[in-house]
Structure formats: C-alpha cells, structure tokens
Design a binder for this molecule. Sequence first.
Ligand SMILES: [Zn+2]
Length: 110
Amino acid sequence: MVIKTFKDIVDRQKSIEKLEEMREYIEKRIQVLQEQIEKEKEQFPGSKAGREVLKIRPAGKITYQLEKVNCGKPNCEKCPHGPYWYGYRRVNGKLVSFYVGKELPKDETK
Ligand SMILES: [Zn+2]
C-alpha cells in the first residue's frame, strides 16, 4: 500500500475550492492542537524554570515527567543534571511534585 504524503495530495488537487477547504481544515486543526497543548500545560504545569521535560507519562492521578534539571548553582559543570523522573499530583488543588529517580518503577506506568 502506498501512503500518499501530504504534498502528493495537495499537488494532485486541481480544485481551488478543495484546496481552500483543506487550508481551512488545517487552520482549524492547528487551532485545536494549540488549545489542547495550552490545556495540558494548565493541567500539568510541571515544567518549572530551568527544567527541560523529555517525557510525560500520565498514570492515573499522578503524572510522571522525565526532566533535565538545571540546579541554578553558578559555574556548575554538571548541569543539566539527570534526566530524572518526577511525579506530579494535585493535593487540594495544589500541584505537588516529588522526586522518583533515574528509572520509573515499572508498575507505575500501568
Ligand atoms: Zn548543576
């Protein structure tokens, strides 16, 4: 089976009307995705300053994130540290984080 690439589909389309339809659809799609990302950021604002989030693993009420950490010490030669896993959960509406370790326990991702 040949999977047509996005460019193949667009290049073969000769109808301006159809192309405009596609453009509208793509613009809507971009908007939906942007809104989703914003929502996710609100739900899991785990990316603190000086941290780079590499992976996100939701596990029920806890969200695990693999993060590279900048410790903030001046002239630290080991920065960024990690990556380490951190867990995030809400306690009375407040987001609480805790250190997990270099590896995520296997039963935590089920
Ligand atoms: Zn450091």
